[in-house]
Design a protein around this ligand. Structure first.
Ligand code: SIN
Length: 279
């Protein structure tokens, strides 16, 4: 169905730019169509928006309850907003490996709204992968095998006390609030009804009933498959850019190629629902 009140430009690989609107004054028709574009494309990108932290929070609340990230540094005065910051003297950045947010939770976040606050002079792009289309492109036999499987997701090796030595110059909180959860490897997407490959390189540690060693070759195969050019896109940030991704339909990773410069983003995660297996 065509869009009438907004301009939706599909990107090759993953996502769409949504233009011709002001997020601070959406008409009812535009709001309906933005929701439809989000379901259709999995990640939507906006340009030339000017959201204050209060307006960022208000926009997030239109989508649902805010799911405050317990590990990230909050923005001063705005506990609902997480800082995604890299300072000029830092070597590490947040989110460098392919992942999707909060899969270590029993009820993972639905989506994340990332607002650019301070950008480096070059680089600092974010890559996105379409995990619904990537799943569809697997062979029928592998799809059927994966539909019957579950995977263990954990925050412990990323945010737990024993992971601190790997953080380098990153700071995370609540190292004691970590643990494992189990999700189906293939979920039925709650909005689109499509099947999605719900494992990711950061937080999935193994398939349920399999050792880490046995799981690794198949997980690595799935990660290599879903990150081919045909399923991915690159978002180049500009002042006023916003990305809103569905954590059940996409993976993302932040490119760490701007050493010596600051990059500061504000992220709000919107609460999701319990996930159901595809079959
Ligand atoms: C994230 O992984 O949530 C941050 C992505 C980015 O900084 O581009």
């Amino acid at each position: 169905m065509a869009y009438e009140s907004i301009d939706v430009r599909k990107l090759a690989g993953c996502g769409a730019e949504v233009l011709g609107l002001d997020l601070n004054s959406l008409s009812n028709r535009q709001w309906d169509e933005v929701q439809r574009a989000f379901t259709e494309h999995g990640v939507i990108f906006f340009r030339d928006q000017h959201l204050t932290p209060e307006q960022h929070i208000a926009f997030a609340r239109r989508w649902g309850t805010i799911d405050v990230n317990r590990y990230f540094t909050p923005v001063a005065g705005y506990p609902e907003i997480a800082e995604v910051r890299k300072e000029p003297d830092q070597k590490r950045n947040i989110g460098e490996r392919w992942h999707t947010d909060h899969t270590y939770d029993q009820i993972p976040a639905m989506g994340s709204i990332l607002v650019a606050r301070e950008l480096p002079s070059h680089g600092g792009d974010t890559h996105f992968a379409d995990i619904c289309t990537a799943f569809d492109a697997l062979s029928d036999g592998l799809k059927q095998t994966l539909r019957g499987m579950n995977a263990v997701h954990s925050s412990a090796h990323i945010f737990g006390a024993q992971a601190k030595k790997n953080h380098g110059d990153l700071t995370f909180y609540n190292a004691d609030q970590v643990g494992d959860v189990i999700h189906p490897v293939v979920i039925r997407h709650p909005l689109s009804g499509r099947e999605a490959l719900y494992v990711n390189a950061d937080f999935t540690v193994r398939f349920e009933g399999w050792s880490k060693e046995d799981s690794k070759p198949l997980l690595d195969y799935l990660y290599a498959h879903a990150t081919q050019d045909r399923f991915t896109s690159t978002f180049q940030w500009r002042p006023g850019s916003i990305a809103f991704w569905d954590n059940r339909a996409t993976w993302h990773r932040a490119i760490n190629d701007y050493h010596g410069e600051r990059r500061l983003m504000h992220r709000i995660t919107v609460a999701g629902c319990a996930l159901e297996a595809a079959s």
